[in-house]
Structure formats: structure tokens, C-alpha cells
Design a protein around this ligand. Structure first.
Ligand code: PAF
Length: 279
């Protein structure tokens, strides 16, 4: 496994491969868990070379405390990457990526950026678009892999590739869950034991909502979910939305041949958790 910190050195290394080998890319912010590893294993199976980036992107954080406290576990990450036989790791500094201009480009993703996470995390998707575009330009992968836990992000990146006409296939991968149902996330390590014990409630409610959606309207299901969270002693619901998977717009009336998904964001103390489930 080779580790690169500068853009020039990784590009020099990748250049001879780019014509005859398929390059897969898994961008991450580190604090790797089984969810990330499942993306890397899939990428390995489907390509000749796998590049993983570890970069905590400052421009996608709408909250300074979240950025400062974001888990940083680089030694453990590198050990895990070796174990799954990752070929290349890219660990640039903030300066390497942004030079002196730590700002986002503004994107128009056709409206999906204003739904759900977009309503609560100001500038988040401009930050994600900026860094993913930059990393795509550096690595020039054939295929890039993203987890469905950040389903809205996955749709935004598919739009980014279309808008920028990048020759990159974007692959979404199923959410990886702990045994008790909690969606794997780097932020889970920051949960206190009280909140960690409470957190599986999120997936339980999503599964019940899915069942209810078979016979009830989106409005009724949403009302039921909100009531359940109101009664919860410590978890605080930020939003629950049943949306069309493509437009990410809230469903007002169910239609046939549409794919719907339930999305939520929950505060477990100061840790914000998101999850979703296809309905
Ligand atoms: O999902 C993440 O970890 C980040 O948003 C990403 C895609 C690596 C961009 O910083």
C-alpha cells in the first residue's frame, strides 16, 4: 500500500496506470469503520486499483465544534486499509487542497441541495461538491463509491458528475449497520454510552414507518414518527421526511412506480445522526 500526501506525487504515480487499468476511488474523512471497508472491498472486487482518500474537508462543516471534534484516527485507519489490501491512500493537508482559499464553489444541483440536509446545514453541499470535484480531478477514477447512509450526498454527487460531464461512474452502496441496527458512522464513536444505548431506536422507528407506509399516507406516517420521538426521553428529532428518491421532494401523495425513502436527522446529545430507509 502506498501513501501520498501531495497532489503531484499521487498523480505521477497514477498516470502510467490510467490508460490500461481501472481505477476505483473511495473518498473518506477517515475514522474508518466496517461501512467504509465494505465500499473498499466492493471497489477492490470490481477494479484493478483502489485509491482511498482521507481528508477532513473543512468547507462542508456548518458547525466549527463538529469540525474540531471530528474523530481523527489516522494510524488505525492505515492499519485497516492495509488489512483490506487498499492499493493507494491519499492524505493531503488542507493547504495542499485549498492553498490559501478555504472556500466552496457554489453549485446548482437542480434543487435537491435545498431539501432535508440542505435546509439544516448551510453550505454543506457546496462544500461536498467542491471537495469531491477537486478529488475527482486529482485521482481521475473510472468509478467512485459512496455509502447510502448519506443518500442525499450520493444523489448530489451523481448530479455533480452529470453537470461537470465527468467520465466517472458513481456507485451507491447499502448502509452498513451495527448488530442493533444503528447505521455505522464515524460520529458514532463520539456518542456517550447513554446515547449509544438509545440510538438503535432510530432504525427501529424507520422499520416501523416502512411497515405503516404500506397502508397509510406519508403525512400520517410522519405524524406518527414525530409523536414517537416527542415521547423519547433523550433523542431529539430534527426532521423526518418521506421523499421521492429522485427529486428528494417530500411526498404529498403516493404515486405508483415511484421509489420512496424515509429520511431523518436526530440529535443524540450534541451528536447529530442521520439515517434513511427505502420504503
Ligand atoms: O461522506 C464523506 O465522508 C464526505 O462527505 C466525503 C464524500 C468524503 C467528502 O468530504
Amino acid at each position: 500500500m502506498q501513501v501520498f500526501e501531495s497532489i503531484l506525487s499521487i498523480q505521477k504515480h497514477l498516470f502510467p496506470f490510467c490508460k490500461e487499468k481501472s481505477i476505483a476511488f473511495v473518498p473518506t474523512m477517515g475514522a474508518l469503520h466496517e461501512g467504509h471497508l465494505s465500499l473498499i472491498k466492493k471497489a477492490k472486487k470490481e477494479n484493478d486499483l483502489v485509491v482511498v482518500s482521507i481528508f477532513i474537508n473543512p468547507t462542508q462543516f456548518d458547525n466549527d465544534a463538529d469540525l474540531i471534534k471530528y474523530p481523527r484516527t489516522i494510524d488505525a485507519d492505515l492499519d485497516l486499509l492495509k488489512k483490506v489490501d487498499c492499493d493507494i491512500v491519499f492524505i493531503p493537508t488542507v493547504e495542499e487542497i485549498y492553498a490559501k482559499n478555504i472556500n466552496s464553489q457554489h453549485f446548482n444541483f437542480g434543487g435537491i441541495e435545498h431539501e432535508m440536509e440542505g435546509k439544516f446545514r448551510d453550505g454543506h453541499f457546496d462544500g461536498v461538491g467542491t471537495i469531491v470535484k477537486r478529488l475527482f480531478e486529482i485521482v481521475k477514477p473510472n468509478t467512485a463509491y459512496f455509502g447510502e447512509k448519506d443518500f442525499q450526498q450520493l444523489q448530489i454527487i451523481k448530479k455533480l458528475v452529470a453537470i461537470e460531464r465527468l467520465p466517472i461512474k458513481v456507485v451507491g452502496c447499502a448502509i452498513f449497520r451495527e448488530k442493533d441496527g444503528l447505521a455505522m458512522s464515524s460520529r458514532n464513536t463520539r456518542l456517550t454510552s447513554e446515547y449509544r444505548d438509545a440510538a438503535p431506536f432510530i432504525y427501529k422507528i424507520l422499520k416501523k414507518a416502512k411497515k405503516k407506509f404500506l397502508t397509510k399516507s406519508a403525512k400520517k406516517v410522519s405524524k406518527w414518527v414525530k409523536k414517537k420521538f416527542k415521547k423519547h426521553p433523550i433523542l431529539k428529532l430534527e426532521y423526518f421526511v418521506i421523499a421521492d428518491e429522485e427529486t428528494l421532494k417530500e411526498v404529498l401523495k403516493k404515486k405508483k412506480n415511484k421509489d420512496y425513502r424515509a429520511f431523518l436527522a436526530v440529535f443524540a446529545g450534541e451528536i447529530r445522526l442521520i439515517d434513511n430507509l427505502s420504503l
